[in-house]
Structures are given as structure tokens and as C-alpha cells.
Design a protein. Structure first.
Length: 287
């Protein structure tokens, strides 16, 4: 609880002192207190960091990504943002960022914690992460919430006016992700797409096939051809039931005039040259 909240409950400085002395309240920082006995959790540490940063602060960057449950992020050392030139009191409970722009509509509340919105979080990550990891974070977020893409496009000019770190990277990423873009369904699929792109083989992803008689949605379809590439993870394609379902769907696709190449998880990560070789061979057969 922040000192200002304590005052709202009738605990001024003099009233707080005996509570701390008698160990009913623990002083975490000059302006944050914890009720002794309350669970010490990762979210409690984040909440304490936001309160320590003062009014208008929000959990941000990697901490916000973890709160939004983006893959690859956890609630480690809390990161918070508060406006540059605002409250200058030192922060003890979090790493602090000082953006020049942090309007209220860039923040929201998750489980009682003030946090940057998913779109603002991605822009913040672009300023502190390597480009490849930022790109994965963007695609993971879009896979979780496709409606986020128009919000990112609207936020770009708003933040670009301030010359923020990471804007150039986000501009490039969004240029390749116009509204309507479909992100890879997984990191494994992204790996296969990257291998094929490098080989000059362009693909469309998550394509629905069939008209009135819908056959299914396939992972990848090579542009300008009837060649389907299915990316089979060990998790969802290793049991007998999985294999039976895959065989039935493959038969329906071939009956509809499509050719198909299956890429396993092991091939994608350990034998990438085999992937491109098999796809090129299938394309030559089709030609």
C-alpha cells in the first residue's frame, strides 16, 4: 500500500510509525508498506514497484509483457514507467523508465495493477529488445489478439513524433504487417516460413481451403501453386489419433487437387536444408 493510500485510511506519518514498530506493517520503501503476513508473490512485487514510482506510473516493458502473458516473459525484476520530468523521488522497488509521453489511454489495469496496454508494451519492448525477439513478441501478441494490429498502426504516428528508441524497428515491422496480416501460428511455423523466405519461396499462412465444402485450414500454401506445407509439432502430431486425423485430412486435400509436404519439428530445427530441398522437389513435380 502506498503512503498516500494509508493517509486515505486515516494513517498519517505518526499513526504509521507504531504499526511499523510493532511489525504489523512492513516498510518496503519510503512510500510503500506491506501488511505483515500478506503473501509475497511476483505480482505483489510488481504492485509495490508501481506504487513506489508514484502517481501516473505503470508496469511496463518486460513486466507488462509478462502480465499480458506474452510467451518468453516472466515477472522477474519489476519494470515501471513514469513520465520524464514528473515525480523525481528515487524508486527502490523497480527499474524505472522515463518516457516523454505516457498518456492515460496508453495504460489500463490488470488484476489491480496499472500496466501499459498491449500495443504500448510492444512499442516499449522495441526500444530494449533485439529486433528478432521484438518481432517474435509482436507476432505472438497478434496471434493472441488479431484486433491489436490496427491499434499498433494507429499508435505508430503518435509515438513517432517523439523520436522514441525502437520506432524505426516498429515502423519496419508494421510495414510488413498491414491490417489483415495473419501472424505465424507458432514459433515453429515462423521458423519454417523464414527458411522458405530465405530460399525465395513465398507462402500464405493459415489458409482456408474449399468453398461450400470446406476442407480445412492449412498452415502454409506456396503462393501461385497448389502446394500445401503442413508444419507438424511433436506436441500435436505424435499420437496415433493425431496421425489418423492428419492422414484423413491429407487424403481430402489430395482428392481436391492439392499436393502436400509435411515438415516435422526435428527437420525444421535440425535439418533445415532437407525442408527446402523437399519443397523445391515438390514444386518441380507440380511444374
Amino acid at each position: 500500500m502506498a503512503r498516500t493510500q494509508c493517509r486515505g485510511l486515516g494513517y498519517n506519518r505518526d499513526a504509521l510509525r507504531p504499526e511499523v514498530d510493532n511489525r504489523r506493517w512492513e516498510k518496503l520503501s519510503p512510500r510503500v508498506f506491506r501488511l505483515v503476513g500478506a503473501p509475497r508473490t511476483a505480482r505483489m512485487r510488481v504492485m509495490a514497484g508501481v506504487l513506489d514510482a508514484g502517481e501516473g506510473a505503470a508496469a511496463s516493458h518486460r513486466t507488462a509483457a509478462a502480465l499480458w502473458r506474452l510467451p518468453g516473459f516472466d515477472l522477474g525484476a519489476p519494470e515501471v514507467s513514469r513520465l520524464h520530468g514528473g515525480d523525481n523521488e528515487p524508486i527502490e522497488l523497480a527499474k524505472v523508465h522515463h518516457p516523454r509521453l505516457l498518456p492515460p489511454h496508453h495504460c489500463t489495469v490488470v488484476e489491480g495493477i496499472t500496466v501499459t496496454t498491449p500495443a504500448r508494451t510492444l512499442f516499449d519492448l522495441a526500444g530494449v529488445l533485439p529486433p528478432a525477439r521484438t518481432e517474435r513478441a509482436v507476432d505472438n501478441a497478434l496471434a493472441m489478439s488479431p484486433g491489436l494490429l490496427p491499434v499498433l498502426h494507429r499508435m505508430l504516428p503518435e509515438l513517432a513524433q517523439r523520436g522514441r528508441t525502437g520506432i524505426r524497428l516498429m515502423r519496419e515491422l508494421l510495414a510488413g504487417r498491414p491490417v489483415g496480416y495473419i501472424p505465424p501460428a507458432s514459433g515453429l511455423e515462423a521458423r519454417v516460413i523464414a527458411l522458405l523466405d530465405k530460399a525465395g519461396i513465398r507462402t500464405r499462412r493459415q489458409v482456408d481451403l474449399g468453398d461450400d465444402d470446406w476442407i480445412g485450414r492449412v498452415d502454409l500454401l506456396v503462393v501461385g501453386t497448389n502446394l500445401i506445407i503442413e508444419v507438424d509439432s511433436n506436441r500435436f502430431h505424435s499420437s496415433n489419433l493425431d496421425r489418423e486425423r492428419d492422414a484423413k485430412r491429407e487424403a481430402a486435400l489430395r482428392a481436391a487437387g492439392y499436393d502436400l509436404v509435411r515438415v516435422t519439428e526435428e527437420e525444421a530445427w535440425c535439418r533445415p536444408s532437407d525442408v527446402t530441398r523437399r519443397v523445391r522437389l515438390a514444386l518441380r513435380r507440380a511444374a
